[in-house]
Design a protein around this ligand. Structure first.
Ligand code: ADP
Length: 339
């Protein structure tokens, strides 16, 4: 028990609890001193001058009235002192409980944020280390060789460029993840235009895989932040292309949903296993490649960015998927109501 208490006092929550307790006790003690001083002042007030009335009502045999009053005053002061001491001890016990409770309440979200932060740093470092280790070992092997042909040197340079491109992609994604929360201004946005902008960025990748993208989005104005909306749609489209099979089909629709509109990106690609579905919006999570047969390049950051933006903008992002059949990612957006 004592060891547990000592360990607790060495934690951040323990330090804060001690600070709270010190504040509570300082206030209680100051109040007690003030109350005692005021009361003592009242008790020590001199008696009015002797008169007939006092003598008839208060004299008691041999006892002089002043002595009686002084005795009463010192008894009252002692009683008050004991009461205040008991109150302070009670306040100390209550203060211990209250300060621990308040410290835990304060520290919980802070510690959660700090844990998140350190997990992010450790996950990011882990992801960065993989291409860096590949770069280092490839070059070390090449340096240990006595001779290196021109074609080998070219191969090495190409592999270096490949790993550097991976590092570049990863750092850009990490920066994207950090920078998602800045621009939150929302206004009327033409959904067709936003989808068009997002499609333009995936055209080349889609053409390379002979994937067709059918845009069925009607003319509708949504309340959104243009650049953030384009970024979320681009991430969903990018994934739809990436996880589609060659000659696949992707459809983008927008249908009324509640008071707004539901934008859906539908692909007929590899799909997602039910076990992976709850995790795909988490940072650095990548579905088990063995389930979808082929591994695609990526870091598991895209959907985390899409989710982070959607949460900030209060849009709802959801997914329905069947392994081997395809996935539908949906984004619920508020529409602009004309006044
Ligand atoms: P990345 O695609 O870079 O791995 P994401 O965060 O965009 O990272 O996606 C996380 C995981 O979700 C992917 O690794 C993939 O397993 C799965 N996923 C996302 N979109 C799709 C999709 N349209 N079809 C199948 N799987 C998908």
């Amino acid at each position: 028990m004592l060891v547990r208490a000592r360990n607790f006092l060495h934690t951040r929550t323990g330090h804060l609890a001690l600070t709270y307790l010190a504040i509570i006790m300082a206030m209680t003690i100051v109040f007690s001193i003030v109350i005692f001083a005021i009361a003592s002042n009242q008790f020590d007030r001199p008696l009015p001058a002797h008169g007939e009335f006092r003598i008839s009502r208060f004299t008691d045999g041999d006892t002089d009235i002043d002595t009686l009053f002084l005795q009463r005053a010192s008894e009252a002061k002692a009683g008050l002192l004991i009461s205040l001491l008991v109150l302070n001890v009670g306040m100390l016990l209550f203060g211990v409980w209250l300060s621990i409770y308040l410290a835990r309440l304060t520290m919980e979200p802070i510690e959660h944020a700090m844990e998140e932060q350190s997990r992010f740093v450790s996950d990011a470092s882990h992801e960065l280390r993989t291409p860096l280790t590949a770069l280092q070992s490839m070059n070390e092997v090449a340096l240990r060789r006595k001779k290196i042909t021109e074609s080998e040197a070219r191969e090495l340079a190409a592999a270096n460029v490949d790993q550097a491109a991976k590092l570049h992609g990863l750092t850009s994604s990490l920066l994207g993840l950090i920078a998602t929360n800045h621009d939150t201004k929302q206004g009327p946005v033409d959904l067709q235009g936003a989808v068009g902008d997002a499609m333009a960025t995936v055209v080349t990748a889609a053409q390379q895989k002979h994937v067709t993208v059918e845009d069925k989005v009607p003319a509708v104005t949504v309340k959104a932040n243009q650049s953030q909306l384009v970024q979320v749609i681009r991430i969903l489209l990018d994934n739809a292309v990436k996880y589609s099979n060659d000659d696949g089909e992707i459809t983008i629709t927008a249908k009324p949903h509640g008071t707004g509109v539901r934008l859906s990106v539908i692909d007929k690609g590899v799909g997602i296993h039910a076990d992976d579905l709850p995790h795909i919006f988490s940072r650095f999570y990548r579905a088990d490649a063995s389930r979808s047969k082929e591994q695609q390049d990526g870091y598991g950051i895209g959907l985390a960015i899409a989710k982070s933006i959607s949460d900030h903008m209060r849009w709802n992002i959801s997914v329905h998927s069947t392994l081997g059949k395809g996935s539908t990612f949906s984004l619920d957006l508020p529409t602009i109501t004309k006044s």
